[in-house]
Design a protein around this ligand. Structure first.
Ligand SMILES: Cc1cc2nc3c(=O)[nH]c(=O)nc-3n(C[C@H](O)[C@H](O)[C@H](O)COP(=O)(O)OP(=O)(O)OC[C@H]3O[C@@H](n4cnc5c(N)ncnc54)[C@H](O)[C@@H]3O)c2cc1C
Length: 398
C-alpha cells in the first residue's frame, strides 16, 4: 500500500477515469454534462501535475489536417468564453498567432490556410507589409513566408484543469488525488474494475485512460500495446524589455524550429526541444539545458531583434506523449469492451482539450462524437498504416 495514498473511493462507478490532467478533467466534466455523474477520476499526484502543468498552453488553429483544426477552433471558442460556457477562469489571452515557414514550405502554408478558411477559421497568409502593421517588432526574412490568426493566443492550463474538475465535482463526480490506479481488472474481453494504490476496488464497466506519458504502461499492464513515446520538451522564460518591445504575438517559428509567446505583460516564454529525445516519465531532467536556452534566445533575437538582450528568468521541462504521426488516439480500445483511451497528444493537446473532453464523453456515452468525425484518430490507424500527415518537418508545429 502506498504511504501517501489519498481519499477513499466508492466501490462502484458508472465510469472511472485514470489521470487528472486537462484531458481527464475535461472528459469527466463532459460526462457529467451528459448526465453521467457517477464517475471517479483517479490521479496519482495532484491535478495538472503531468504534462498539463508544464504546458506552454499556446492556442492556435494552424494544422495540416481538418480534424485537429476543427478541434482547435471549437476549443478556442470555449477558452475565450470559458466562464460563461464552463464556469471559472481559463486565463485566455488573445495575442494573435503568427506561423513562419521557409519559402520551401510555402505550398504547405497556403494549403493549410485554405483548409482552415474553409472550416471558418479566421486566418490569412500575410506579407511583410502586413506584418509591419500587425506586429512591428517581428522580422520576416526574404526567404520566409507567414500566416496570421488574429483570434489565437494562450491560456492557463492549471486554471482550465481545476475549473473542469470543480464543475464536475459540483455535479456529483468524485475525484481522488494522490491515489493512482494500479490495476485494471478484466474478465475475458470486458473491463470489470480498477484497483487503486489504497487497495480499493472500484467495480465499473467503463474505464477511460487519460494518463498522459504514463498511458503506455497503464495500457501495457493489461496487454494493450500502444505506440506512445514520451519526448522531453523545454520551456524557458526571458524578461521582455517592454520599452523596446511592448508587444509581440505568439509565434510558431517553424523556420527556426521553436515557438514563443508573451507571458503576462513583461515576460516571454520560448518552447524548444529535440523531437526524438525519448524520456522516462519517472526520471527525466525537469530543468532547462542552458546551452539549449541560449540557442533559443539567439533565435528569438533574430526574430524579434528588440529581444536580443532579454535575460533568462527560469524554465522547466515536460513530456510530450508522442505517437508515430504526432496526433492523439481517441477511441474505444479494440477487444477490450468498456476501455477507452484519450492519449498521445504529442505536444499540442492543451489547445484541443475542451473539444476533446466533449467528443470523448460523447463517444463513451453515445457511441460517437456529435460534432466531429474522430475516425482519423482511431486506435487502429498505425497498424493500418493510415497516418495523419503534416505539411512540415517540424512535427509539433502542425
Ligand atoms: C513543455 C510542454 C509544452 C507544451 N506546450 C503546449 C502548447 O503550447 N499548446 C498545447 O496545446 N499543448 C502543449 N503541450 C501539450 C499539452 O500540455 C498536453 O498535450 C496535455 O497537457 C496533455 O494532457 P493529459 O491530461 O493528456 O496529460 P497529463 O497532463 O500528463 O495528465 C495525465 C495525468 O495522469 C496521471 N497519472 C498517470 N498515471 C496514473 C495512474 N496510474 N493513476 C492515476 N493517475 C495517473 C498523471 O499524474 C497526470 O497528472 C505542451 C506540453 C509540454 C510538456
Amino acid at each position: 500500500m502506498a504511504s501517501n495514498a489519498g481519499p477513499s473511493v466508492p466501490p462502484t462507478a458508472d465510469a472511472v477515469i485514470i489521470g487528472g490532467g486537462v484531458m481527464g478533467c475535461a472528459i469527466q466534466y463532459h460526462l457529467a454534462s451528459l448526465g453521467v455523474t457517477d464517475t471517479v477520476l483517479l490521479e496519482r499526484d495532484v491535478l495538472g501535475s503531468g504534462s498539463t502543468g508544464r504546458s506552454q498552453a499556446i492556442c492556435r488553429m494552424h494544422y495540416s489536417n481538418r480534424i485537429t483544426t476543427q478541434l482547435a477552433w471549437q476549443s478556442l471558442q470555449v477558452f475565450a468564453d470559458f466562464d460563461a460556457r464552463v464556469g471559472g477562469a481559463s486565463g485566455f489571452v488573445n495575442t494573435g498567432y503568427l506561423v513562419v515557414v521557409n519559402e520551401a514550405d510555402e505550398g504547405g502554408l497556403q494549403r493549410n490556410v485554405a483548409m482552415q478558411q474553409e472550416l471558418g477559421v479566421p486566418t490569412s497568409v500575410v506579407s511583410r507589409d502586413d506584418l509591419a502593421r500587425l506586429a512591428p517588432s517581428v522580422v520576416l526574412y526574404d526567404d520566409e513566408r507567414a500566416a496570421w490568426e488574429p483570434e489565437s493566443g494562450y491560456a492557463d492550463p492549471y486554471q482550465v484543469t481545476v475549473s473542469y474538475a470543480a464543475r464536475a465535482r459540483e455535479a456529483g463526480a468524485r475525484i481522488a488525488t494522490r491515489n493512482p490506479a494500479v490495476r485494471i481488472e478484466t474478465t475475458g474481453d470486458k473491463v470489470q474494475a480498477v484497483v487503486t494504490a489504497n487497495g480499493e476496488r472500484i467495480a465499473t464497466d467503463t474505464i477511460i485512460v487519460a494518463a498522459g506519458p504514463w498511458s503506455k504502461q497503464v495500457l501495457a499492464d493489461i496487454g494493450v500495446d500502444v505506440p506512445l513515446l514520451p519526448v522531453r520538451h523545454q520551456v524557458a522564460t526571458v524578461a521582455r524589455p517592454v520599452e523596446t518591445v511592448p508587444y509581440h504575438p505568439t509565434v510558431g517559428d517553424i523556420s527556426q524550429s521553436f515557438s514563443f509567446r508573451p507571458d503576462g505583460t513583461n515576460f516571454t516564454t520560448m518552447g524548444f526541444g529535440d523531437d526524438d529525445e525519448q524520456s522516462d516519465p519517472e526520471v527525466y531532467p525537469q530543468g532547462v539545458d542552458m546551452s539549449d536556452a541560449a540557442s533559443a534566445r539567439a533565435r528569438l533575437g533574430r526574430r524579434v531583434p528588440g529581444m536580443a538582450d532579454a535575460y533568462y528568468r527560469g524554465g522547466w521541462s515536460g513530456l510530450f506523449t508522442t505517437t508515430p504521426d504526432w496526433h492523439p488516439i481517441l477511441d474505444a480500445v479494440p477487444n477490450k469492451d468498456g476501455l477507452f483511451c484519450a492519449v498521445g497528444f504529442s505536444g499540442h493537446g492543451f489547445k484541443l482539450s475542451p473539444a476533446i473532453g466533449k467528443a470523448v464523453a460523447e463517444l463513451v456515452v453515445e457511441g460517437r462524437a456529435r460534432d466531429v468525425d474522430l475516425s482519423p484518430l482511431r486506435f487502429t490507424r498505425f497498424a493500418e498504416n493510415d497516418l495523419l500527415e503534416s505539411s512540415y518537418r517540424y512535427r509539433v508545429l502542425a
